[in-house]
Design a protein around this ligand. Sequence first.
Ligand SMILES: [Zn+2]
Length: 384
Amino acid sequence: MRRLLVTLFAGLIIPATLPAQADSTRDSIIVRLVARLDLERYKATIKGLTAFGDRRQGTDRNRAAVDWIEAQLRSSGCSNVARLKYDYQPQPPNQGPRQTRDTSRASSGGRYRGIRARTGVNTDSLKQPDARVRALDAQASTPGAREEVYCTKIGDTHPDEMYIVGGHMDGIGWGEAANDDGSGTALVMELARVLSSPDVRTDRSIRFVLWNNEETGLNGSRAYVDQRRALQGTKDEPKWLGMIQHDMMLFDHGMPRADGTLSPDQRPEADVNIEFQSSAKFAAEAQQLAWVFQRANEKYATDYPASVGSHMTNTDSAPFQDLVPAISLRESERGTQIGAGWDPNWHQPTDLYATYHDADFRLGLNAAQTTLAALAGLTGATLK
Ligand SMILES: [Zn+2]
């Protein structure tokens, strides 16, 4: 309120401050939109997803989760819903000579520093002590037909151009995939809710996509790119302006200690890591987009800052990175930090809703605030 009065006052005296006034109107719209995100709602959406266990691709629990997500999107007003269909056949195990990778370097270019702890994927059901979760995750995956759901907020003045906002809804590891990637899926669903409110209009379109088969090698996002990239500019597919992926948004407890254990608490200096890939064809534009998000975080996120890095990897934005500016948001850098064991629940039976505290969930909420604020600016959001 004080800011509004100051702006009005300044505007009355010096007409040259009119652009600042326009800025302040846009600011207040973004502040009001960001205020529509809520920690308890975000937590409730993550909890809802964990009712389907790890949501592993090719299972009944995965299909039921896709149906549930679709129902949630519709009920929150993102009624322009569709599904992408594709077929998934796992690759036979490689029988040739094993490729060795330089394990002193992080995936996709980063450099490890300090202490590293083990990472891996749990495939042992008996490592899940909770019989309820073990039963929930029991059905094995079968190859074949797959579906993933998306909905679209149609822009008013440039409906034929869109930003793609994604998270992957499948998981692995005999837990509840609460963080990987219930936290990213719920973030996308919450943004779809806020931006689909009847009083919100945007110039450009926004597509909210919940990828399937991320954990098997980005098959769901690759299928989308394969099927739809050539349709861009037709009535069936708006032109892609950028791709923003969200994966593992909650846990930033710092580097492992010398004994391999981690702090039980979110570190106070936790941050949202915005990454682009410096070797991508659209690296320069992706970097620009990353800084737009960093600035949006600085201005509008309530608790945690954001950092920009150049080693985006192992994420659904990768299939897009040579076609459009593509970035990802995470709790930590994927290569040098998560890859060095900074998240002990990653693909483990401990990735349960009950594992996380409010300080963890709040980091995910701050990532949601960041993306919402950046998108509102990029798409020219206004409130009726
Ligand atoms: Zn993930």
